[in-house]
Design a protein around this ligand. Sequence first.
Ligand code: NOJ
Length: 498
Amino acid sequence: MLKSILICILGATIATKAPEVVVDSRQNASDRFFPGDFLFGASTAAYQIEGAWNLDGKGPNIWDEFTHSHPEKIVDHENADVTTNSYEFYLDDVEAVKNLSMNFYRISIAWSRILPTGDIANINEKGIEYYNKLIDAIINHKLEPMVTMYHYDLPQDLQKLGGLTNSIVISYFEAYANLLYDRFGDRVKYWITFNEPGDFCTAGYGADQHAPAVNAHGVGEYLCGHNVLKAHAVAYRLYRSSYYEQYKGQVGITLSSRFFYSDSNDTHTVDRAMQFSLGWFANPIFSPAGNYPAIMITSIASNSIREGRSWSRLPSFTDKWIETIRGSADFLGLNYYTSRYVEVNPEPKGTNPSYERDINLKFVIKPEWKPSASNWLYSVPKGIGDILRWIKEEYNNPEVFITENGWSDHGELDDDDRIAYLHDHLEQILDVVLSDESNLKGYTVWSIIDNFEWTQGYTEKFGLYSVNMSSPRRERTAKKSANFMATVASTHRIPEIN
Ligand code: NOJ
């Protein structure tokens, strides 16, 4: 405070002599506040925390099927049949978010809990009841619910039809979205259609790392992406035409991306990497012209021709679809965890199609980047600021929510590395906010509790709270980082750390 008063006085006395001296509020720690309307929240996803995989009428989804039939694909051979049992203990999670003085809780709805076969013909009222209780609890704790409709967990019966590679899924998703708006729209003002389509399309349809393990390299991921973009847009348009008037909520999509750097300042290579990762889904929705990024269209078409085809593996949109998808989001949800340096590969060899072959880049990790418990996650705080600036430039300053950011370890309660990661990322974000370099509305930590980390099972922990997995009561215990985030959310300032 004293320092800022001094700066004001000094600023006033020297003003006439040196008008070019501007006091930059970013240099003064006591002035570094997040704006009053900036929102803080924490996130979870249904499959990772709910358990109750076959209770009260829930139908199986592709992750139930994958973990049951291929336990060897999960590091600790585990599944999320029970996991942290938030189906029973959801109140603990809501209270945990509330204890951190946050503004919102980002959850997801398990499609097959309310539509066991994915189809609107068979509504499971018990499932609806569960989400009514959860949403009401969030609101009663004076938190805002932010609800993701699809977080990796397609109803298994829809996979029998080809899942996200069959365009019929657009109609199924529309009916599902309609049901969600109809039953929960009076209380939910932030909707996210899909979480990380680039990831679940490549890992689940292009490869066999994630459910449903289709492994159709270079074809499956683009078909999946194409249908997801259409399903997203249809769900957005439905809200605007039938629900917005009454409920005044917002509908967005969550995309994940790293930021990319080049040692040789090769902006073409950086742009190529950004367009193939964030641009794949963001360009059709947020760019002024819509459609896939030009670099994806031309690269995939020319690879396809080289492979002997007369068609591109990247499907094309009609003009009508370009229009429907363009502008179909009120905000961009961004999941940012880490970054990479990129170098161009020589011309792709062979004819085996794949996303890797299409992007044709080498990704480099710098030795000075701190590693986490996840083999892909290194701390690169600068990347979160740079990606926010890139989004502002590329997409004409859309509203953005950081819908995930977080750090994995092995479950320490004194989680100083997580605090350092959150601290350093929040500092970058605050720089961007204070200098108006992004239309950023809020920040979400992944995750409020340790949970089932997909193929890593329970071996990597991202929570601000640990969960006692050997007790049937699954007690939650705050880690040191919970304290840190409570200070940030309640004071809107970033406490200093050693
Ligand atoms: C992104 C996903 O949305 C979430 O489900 C996952 O647990 C985190 N990243 C950490 O890997």
